[in-house]
Structures are given as C-alpha cells and as structure tokens.
Ligand binder design. Structure first.
Ligand code: NAP
Ligand code: G3H
Length: 502
C-alpha cells in the first residue's frame, strides 16, 4: 500500500474519523465499526458509529451554509470539481487499492471506479456550464399580454443527503456529490458500512480542491441505527440513494415529502432470439453476469433463449464461464469474494432451491470462504426463487422460452424494471419488443450497464425513482425558480398596423 501523507489526517492508525466543517472527529459514542476484507477477513479499518446528536450537528452545519456555498459563482464551483477530479486521478492507485481491500473488487476494476468518478466530476462541471434558464412571454394565453414575462432559472434544493451502496461505494457516492455541489447544494454523505473507507477520502479530496468548511460533510454509522433518523431529518431537503429495493422503499416511507432520487435493485433479463450473433451474445452475457462476481445492479440476472439457439448458447456460455479466473482480487481475478458470508448463504439458498425443484446444474455450485464459483442453472422455471429474486452473486439462470411474447411476459412479471436486453439481428423486431418491456433502458445486442454516465439511467417499479446521469442528476438536485415581471404598457411605441396605404 502506497503511503500518501495527505491521507494521514483522516485516521489514527486504522481508526477512521467522521468529517464535519472540514474537520476530522471521533464520535462521542466511543463505538467503532470494524471493516474486514471479504477475501481474507483481515481487519482493514474501523469507522465511527456516530450518534443522533452528531447527525443533528452535521445536518445543521450543512443547512447553515447553503447560501454561502450557493453564492460561490458557478464557474468557481466547476473549477473545484475539476481540481477534485485531478486529485482522484493522481491518487487512483492507492484509493483503488484500498477499495479492492474493503469490498473485494478486482484491482483493475477498483482503480477504474476511481477514474470513472473523476470523469463524472469533470463531465458534471462541464455540463453545469451549459445549464440555462428561459424567458416566456404571457400572451400565449387568452387575456394575457407580453407585459407579463416570466424569467426561470435553477436554484439548489438545500441540503442533499447522499447514500451509496457497498458495490460502488466511491463511484455511487461521487456521482451524487458532484451534481449536488455543482447545483449549489450542501451535502451530507453517508457511506455504506461495508465499504466506507475509500469514500471517506472525499473529505480530503474536496477540501484540497477548495470546498470551504460547511459545504460537505460525512457521517458514518450503521444504516439500521441512524438511517431513518437521517432520512426523516427536517433539515434534509433532498435524498439521493442507491441500494436495495427493500431499504429504498422504507426510505420513501419515512422521508415524507422530500424529493427523492432512488436507484435500486434489478433482475435484468437477456432475451436471445434464434438469429442472435452467438459470439457477441456469449461475450456480453458472460461479462454482464459475472463481472465483480455478479454484484452489480445491472448484472445479467436471467437469460431467456429461444429454442433454436438455447442449446448452443448455454453450452458456449458454460464453456466461457469455466475459463473465468477465480481468487484474490489483488491478483485481478474475475470471480472474487461476495461481500459477506451472509450474502453467500443467501445465494447458496437460491441455488439449492432451484436444484431441489429440478433445475440442471451446468457449472459451479462450489464455495470456499466467501467465494462462490460462477454457477449456471438451466431449465429454470417460474416456481424457482432464482427466476425472480436478485442474487447479487455469480449465478445465472436460463429460462427457456418459445416466443417473443412469452419473453416479454416473463420479463415484465418481475417486480424490478431496471434494464432489459434483446439479442437479435432483426432490429425491427427488437424495437417492437423493446417497446413492450417495462424497464428504464433496453439494450439491443449489448449487456445492461449504467454507463456511459451522460446517458439517462433509471429504473421502473421496484428498481427506482427519478433519473440519474450527468445533466439529469443536476436537474434532479435543483429546481426552477420563477420570477414574473408584470410590466405596464407605459412608453409602448404605437405603430400603425394592417393599414393599406394607397
Ligand atoms: P443496502 O443494504 O440497501 O444499503 C445501501 C445503503 O443504504 C447503505 O449505505 C446502507 O448503510 C444504507 N441504509 C441501510 N439502512 C438504511 C436506512 N434505514 N435508511 C437509509 N439508509 C440506509 O444495499 P447494498 O447491499 O449496499 O447494495 C446492494 C443493493 O443495491 C442491490 O439490491 C443492488 O441491486 C442495489 N444497487 C442498485 C444500483 C442502481 O443503480 N440501481 C446500484 C448499486 C446497487 P449501511 O451499510 O450502514 O447499512
Ligand atoms: O450496481 C449498480 C451500478 O449502477 C452498475 O453500474 O453498470 O456501470 O456496473 P455499471
């Protein structure tokens, strides 16, 4: 691990502090939460279990500084985001290394997560400079004249609470912080308890980039203990959350009338028609299903193949899956540990249920520590839990279908609606199926994915609320402010109109 002198301020030994008004502090609770490497169970660090009183102090500080931060000109806020991005790029290796250790993500993907976040910061800064308001004249409606003029521009919402998940703890908090700050909001961030350490470095990065005291704060602690308190706090003005549908739905209940941007779970289905290009389809499905061991909301979580392609598709996917490397994330193995042994037990339960009900095992179903071997299940049917539940692990079920109509029905029966995929050479048919799928995004001849990050990213049903993506997130974290000028006709120049002169 490369030692970065700038990082020494946020911890004592391996005990990390929380962050308020650009100061690192220990919680009065005296309680620390341990963070272990899911691959080898090594203790990597501890974070503070903050108290409700500390939550109050942080949110109050954020609230009191809304105007100060918003009064900094947009071009200066954009400059700060660009500087923050440069620091992320400079420190991408040590940050990526820490991320790899705390969440078991393969090292190259962990470093990419930091770089991708820097790119989001830069793109957010650029995009914010294009945001403009509008002026509307009143005479479109009967009874109004052009002397009634509205001027509309965007203002911040206030204090934005940013909560991220364990699987992208740096990127999916960063993709919330950047639009919140650029829109003029102050930010309270709560990182996930499994994977908080790298995200805590946002404190150092943003402070060094020029964010003044008061605009950005980090609270740590278990969501089960302080989550509802944070979310329902009267001084929180907007919440951007990524995580499970279960927690997201609870959050929506306790948040009251606060604006919400929620990115939740998924059960993305890949519909494979008889004429699909086998090579593209296999490559997309294998990497879509198994990268970061399937711990992605957008992982391919079901395959629905037509009869003419099913046998060869399943054989080829199994063959490619057997080639995946398994083991230490530090050695960049594709399949690594799941985040916890509890999660492994859940995934194993889904596999056992399917096998007990008659599914065919093509490969996998082996466990060592927190690693589950990539598992392919054929002949899955709708009585099996794996047909509907999100494993968040390396399990890929095949549900054979006989028609496009059946594929649509099975896809739409899911409680989730994040993305869908269609593999075919028949673009007309693909477009028609795409129109029927009740999801945020349909990928044609490609795996489901959030990026590129300027694309709109959203889920329907239990998969989310609102739209994320560079300009969409900035819009979601600001609101229009309308000023109406009621002018008089005093001084109006009188012209002669429609008078024919001979
Ligand atoms: P999770 O258990 O729902 O936790 C997500 C975040 O919510 C964590 O920071 C957690 O804190 C916090 N939290 C827990 N209880 C809370 C409460 N009562 N109020 C407010 N926040 C609370 O999800 P996860 O296990 O980290 O991530 C996996 C899930 O996220 C999967 O379902 C996946 O599909 C989904 N996900 C979706 C997307 C997307 O963009 N659609 C992206 C990534 C992940 P603690 O860690 O302290 O409990
Ligand atoms: O886990 C959910 C993420 O939003 C997925 O992002 O498609 O770039 O892996 P990704």
């Amino acid at each position: 691990m490369i030692d970065i002198p700038e990082f020494s301020i946020l911890k004592e030994g391996i005990n990390y502090k929380y962050y308020i008004n650009n100061k690192w502090k220990k919680s009065n609770s005296g309680k620390l939460i341990s963070v272990y490497n899911p691959y080898n169970n090594e203790l990597i660090g501890t974070v503070q279990a903050c108290t409700k009183q500390e939550v109050d102090e942080i949110i109050k500080a954020a609230h009191e500084n809304i105007n100060c931060w918003d009064n900094i000109p947009l071009n200066k806020r954009a400059e700060i985001l660009n500087k923050a991005a440069d620091l992320m790029l400079k420190w991408s290796e040590p940050l990526g290394f820490l991320l790899m250790k705390e969440i078991g993500k393969p090292i190259e993907s962990a470093i990419s997560e930091i770089i991708r976040t820097a790119e989001i910061f830069k793109a957010t800064a650029d995009s914010s400079l294009q945001i403009s308001g509008e002026t509307i004249l009143g005479d479109a409606f009967e009874g109004y004249t052009r002397e009634k003029v509205s001027m509309t521009y965007r203002v911040p919402l206030g204090v934005v609470l940013c909560i991220g998940p364990f699987n992208y703890p740096f990127n999916l908090t960063g993709s919330k912080i950047a639009p919140a700050l650029i829109a003029g909001n102050t930010v309270v961030m709560k990182p996930p308890t499994q994977g908080p350490l790298t995200a805590l470095h946002f404190g150092i990065i943003l402070e060094k980039a020029g964010v003044p005291p008061g605009a950005f704060h980090i609270i740590t602690g278990r969501g089960s203990e302080i989550g509802d308190y944070l979310v329902s706090h009267p001084l929180i003005d907007m919440i951007n959350f990524t995580g499970s549908s279960e927690i997201g739905k609870n959050l929506a209940k306790v948040a009251g009338m606060k604006p919400l941007l929620l990115e939740l779970g998924g059960k993305d289905a890949a519909i494979v028609l008889d004429d699909a290009d086998l090579e593209i389809t296999v490559k997309s499905i294998v990497s879509g299903a198994f990268s970061y061991s399937g711990q992605r909301c957008t992982a391919v979580k079901r395959v629905l193949p037509m009869p003419g392609i099913a046998d060869k598709l399943i054989e080829k996917i199994t063959e490619e899956t057997l080639k995946l490397t398994i083991g230490d994330p530090a050695e960049n193995k594709t399949i690594g540990p799941l985040i916890s042994s509890k999660q492994c037990e859940y995934v194993q339960g889904l596999i056992d249920d399917a096998l007990n009900k008659g599914a065919t095992l093509k490969c996998g179903n082996k466990r060592e520590g927190n690693i589950i071997w990539p598992t392919i299940l054929d002949k899955v049917n709708s009585d099996m839990r794996i047909a509907w539940e999100e494993p968040f692990g390396p399990v890929l079920p095949f549900i054979r279908i006989n028609s496009a109509e059946q594929a649509i029905e099975i896809s739409n029966k899911s409680e989730y609606g994040l993305q869908g995929m269609i593999f075919t050479e028949d673009i007309d048919l693909a477009f028609n199926i795409a129109q029927e799928l009740e999801v945020g995004t349909v990928q044609i001849n490609g795996k489901s994915a959030r990026g590129p990050d300027h694309f709109p990213f959203l889920g329907t049903k239990s998969s989310g609320l609102g739209t994320q993506g560079i300009k969409y997130s900035i819009e979601a974290m600001s609101r229009p402010k309308v000023v109406v000028f009621n002018l008089t006709e005093r001084g109006k120049l009188v012209k002669k109109c429609f008078v024919s002169e001979k």
